[in-house]
Design a protein around this ligand. Structure first.
Ligand code: G16
Length: 555
């Protein structure tokens, strides 16, 4: 770092002093806090993004969002060159950067890190950072902080992509670094054309919407996803989507609406009710990286039948397994490529879903909460499907498998064109383009669910009957210091404070099919409690007693 860079960082950072007495951590999905506390953090993450771009000599993304959190919060996270989450090796530096007390400390920290990581400043491609933000009112002021952070690295360029869903920004970063076009127009173009391709490949006369699956009603969480979905719908030919809670009619972001609310509370979101009995409904979260489906149970109550991320995972797994079976059954295809299909879940996955997936003969892997962990595991397979129960997930395809599919379809198109095996290969290729391989994406996930339901000729009820969820309950407990809870084994066991796990075990033993775990949230200042049991009363009561234990052990 030369003298000019040194003084630029010093003078620029003096406008962004960190708030006193606040310690921030990169957490499950970037920094999150009350928006008023985040100016210096966003500025500093801007510097981090530029350094990451120099180090990788690639485009980096920086998204300002707090996703499912309340509207007064905001947050910021980095998209790495692959479009995935920031390399976990850089998270300690991100923490240190955010918490450096003075501009002098900050610049010293950067200097040391640049030397340690050998980050090229001169003679290298200048840093380029794509900026996106969700619809939160605090986003505008934080955008300025982000730009100031990026441009306090000499020659770095910040490109403002405007208001986007989080997955759109991740998709753009991935596409740019692959040398592809990456505007919002290109994103919609890729999703809609691969959707139409899958529709055209539906057997028989099921390739037009109508009848059982005529309309989908979507809760947009009063966030960015609803408006984007309206744009996308116009390109889809035939799928009728009614968007409610799009945020255009004054509703508050994530308040009584959205995927997090629907999945945790298991009640209808605002704007839905008895009129929707019998209709297929879906809910996005505030930045449209989560998706759950539901239907309204009865005219007299606000209860819903939830079709969560586990069931989306099961639907995707069934469809993909079927295409692989068609490919493998063909005599001349046998043994030509043994694609490994694996699925990844977290401890929140309903026990019934894990049993179901295992019964299908699938390899089920468990990781801690956080897309960064699930994504990493799923990337080990030729086709890796990962989903959190909360609706965050996607499908990853290995480069070698995609290469094989492309070669296979080329070969088949000159021979047995229109054969079942060619169609199966084309379907898998179309799925790899429709699904966002950078990160979980509610919009692309929704289109894939819709086309698979149509392919199968299934209603929402039929899909929901794949297996019956064990009753479950999730609670939040506010404690003095949530970091006092330390877990192991993919968050299924508490190792600290001592004695808490034994006490939880004693509670679990009282319930038929009881299971419960606790973990500190990485996005909110709470400890989360999960419980399931053979009855809803059992799950509620187990969750309640475990939350009392958390209070007792942590005060
Ligand atoms: C983020 C992460 C998810 C995680 C969720 C809750 O979602 O991307 O992987 O499940 O937070 O995390 P925690 O339980 O640690 O608070 P989102 O949609 O808020 O970005």
């Amino acid at each position: 770092m030369n003298e000019e860079q040194h003084s630029l960082l010093l003078s620029s950072s003096s406008h962004y002093l960190p708030p006193q007495g606040v310690k921030l951590s990169y957490g499950t999905a970037g920094f999150r806090a009350d928006a008023s506390l985040l100016h210096s953090t966003v500025y500093r993450v801007g510097i981090l993004a530029a350094l990451r771009s120099l180090k990788t000599q690639s485009m980096i993304g920086m998204m300002t969002t707090a996703s499912h959190n309340k509207i007064s919060d905001n947050g910021v996270k980095i998209a790495d060159p692959s479009g995935g989450m920031l390399s976990q090796q850089w998270e300690p530096f991100a923490d240190a950067l955010a918490n450096a007390p003075s501009p002098q400390d900050l610049v010293q920290l950067i200097n040391e890190f640049v030397k340690k990581e050998n980050i090229p400043f001169s003679g290298a491609r200048p840093a380029e950072v794509l900026l996106g933000r969700d619809t939160r009112p605090s986003g505008d002021a934080l955008l300025k902080a982000a730009k100031d952070g990026v441009t306090s690295v000499i020659a770095a360029v910040a490109i403002d992509m405007g208001i986007l869903t989080t997955p759109q920004l991740h998709w753009m970063v991935r596409a740019r670094n692959k040398g592809m076009k990456a505007s919002e127009h290109d994103y919609f173009g890729q999703l809609s054309s691969s959707f139409r391709c899958l529709m055209d490949l539906i057997p028989g006369d099921k390739s037009t919407f109508g009848g059982i699956n005529d309309k989908l009603v979507v809760d947009g969480a009063n966030g960015v996803g609803g408006v984007k979905l309206k744009v996308l719908e116009k390109l889809l030919n035939g799928l009728i989507i009614e968007v409610r809670n799009s945020g255009e009619d004054g509703g508050i972001l994530n308040e009584g609406v959205g995927a997090d609310y629907v999945q945790k509370e298991k009640v209808v979101p605002h704007g839905f009710g008895s009129k929707d009995v019998g209709t297929r409904c879906a809910s996005l979260d505030g930045d449209a990286d989560r998706l759950v489906y539901f239907c309204v149970s009865s005219e007299s109550s606000s209860k819903i039948d939830l079709v969560d991320g586990d069931k989306i995972l099961s639907l995707f797994a069934l469809f993909i397994r079927e295409q692989l079976r068609i490919l493998n059954e063909q005599e001349d295809m046998k043994n030509s490529y043994q694609a490994r299909l694996g699925v990844v879940q977290t401890a929140y996955a309903n026990g019934a879903s894990t049993n179901y997936l295992r019964q299908l003969g699938l390899e089920v892997n468990l990781t801690p909460t956080g897309v960064k962990y699930l994504h990493e595991k799923a990337a080990e397979f030729d086709i890796g499907i990962y989903f959190e129960a909360n609706g965050h997930g996607t499908i990853l395809f290995s480069e070698s498998f995609i290469g094989w599919l492309e070669a296979t379809t080329d070969k088949l198109s000159s021979g047995s064109k229109g054969s079942e095996v060619e169609k199966a290969a084309l379907r898998l290729l179309a799925v790899s383009k429709l699904i966002n391989q950078a990160v979980g994406d509610a919009l692309s996930g929704l289109l894939l669910v819709e086309v698979i339901l149509q392919h199968m000729g299934w209603t929402l009820d039929r899909w929901n009957e794949l297996y019956q969820d064990l009753p479950s309950r999730q609670l939040k407990v506010k404690v003095a210091d949530r970091t006092a809870v330390v877990t192991a084994n993919a968050e299924t066991v508490v190792v600290s404070p001592p004695g808490l796990q034994e006490a939880i075990n004693a509670e679990i033993a009282k319930y038929l099919q009881g299971r419960s775990f606790v973990r500190p949230s990485g996005t909110e200042d709470v400890v989360r409690v999960y419980a399931e049991a053979s009855t809803q009363e059992g799950a509620d009561s187990l969750a309640y007693s475990v939350s009392k234990l958390v209070e007792r052990f942590l005060g």
